[in-house]
Design a binder for this molecule. Structure first.
Ligand code: PLP
Length: 240
């Protein structure tokens, strides 16, 4: 077994244990959601992604537009699902709309508008999560909770987007209780939005290598895992 295959196995085991520990009881809707694993492959080679694919992984996430598109094209012979999870500037929306299946980091109406306009009508709807700033730092990406209703209403009406849920990247903290509160806040926001706007969002994208158990306990349906699968990261190839 390669290192990546062994790491993937270990992450799957952690996810299954967290689900058994009770995360599913707080899940969305009636059924028991199975938490989906996204392999965060930023700064990692196409060869590393092939290795993960050979070990059964199908969904990958990238942070930098050009680096991500390069890998999507290079790995076009594989049937993979691609998630964009990095900060998105309005002048970089087109390649994302053209090449990715999901975008997790929509935090402004203007970005969503461009993604919808640039998504080809011949393709499946672009699957969208709204990034919410749950820790309240002025510097971080994400829509403020107070502005979320207006954004969700606007995005849910856009023709080439499908609004699937919410995403957050809380500030790292050693305080597990605080971290759990932030994840719980995201779940409450999603439940409130679904009720108030009559939406059926089904995705909570939260949890990374160091806090996936806490996120799943609070209802995560997708976890974004990089270093626990691919090892530590160096400097990004291109800060695109
Ligand atoms: C890099 C990154 C991850 C993965 O982080 P790890 O700690 O390596 O698991 C998840 N989400 C986002 C948005 C990231 O940028």
């Amino acid at each position: 077994m390669t290192a990546i295959a062994a790491n993937l196995q270990a992450v799957r085991t952690r996810i299954a244990a967290a689900e058994r520990a009770g995360g599913q009881n707080r899940g969305l809707g009636d059924g028991v959601p199975t938490v989906k694993l996204l392999a965060v492959s930023k700064t990692k080679s196409a060869a590393a992604i092939r290795e993960a694919h050979a070990a059964g992984q199908r969904a990958f996430a990238e942070n930098y537009v050009q680096e991500g598109v390069d890998k999507i094209l290079e790995l076009g012979d594989l049937s993979l699902e691609w998630h964009f999870i990095g900060p998105l500037q309005s002048n970089k929306t087109r390649p994302v709309a053209e090449h990715f299946d999901w975008v997790h980091t929509v935090d402004r109406e203007k970005i969503a508008q461009r993604l919808s306009e640039q998504r080809s009508a011949g393709k499946a709807l672009l699957q969208v999560c709204l990034q919410v700033n749950v820790s309240g730092e002025a510097s971080k990406g994400g829509v403020a909770p107070a502005e979320l209703v207006a954004l969700a209403r606007a995005v849910s009406a856009m023709p080439h987007l499908q609004l699937r849920g919410l995403m957050c990247i809380p500030e790292p903290t050693p305080d597990v209780t605080l971290q759990a509160q932030r994840f719980a806040q995201l779940r409450h926001l999603l439940e409130t939005l679904n009720a108030e706007l009559g939406l059926s969002m089904d995705t909570l994208s939260m949890g990374m290598s160091d806090d996936l158990e806490t996120a799943i306990a609070e209802g995560a349906t997708m976890v974004r895992i990089g270093s626990a699968i691919f090892g530590a990261r160096g400097v990004p190839q291109a800060a695109a």
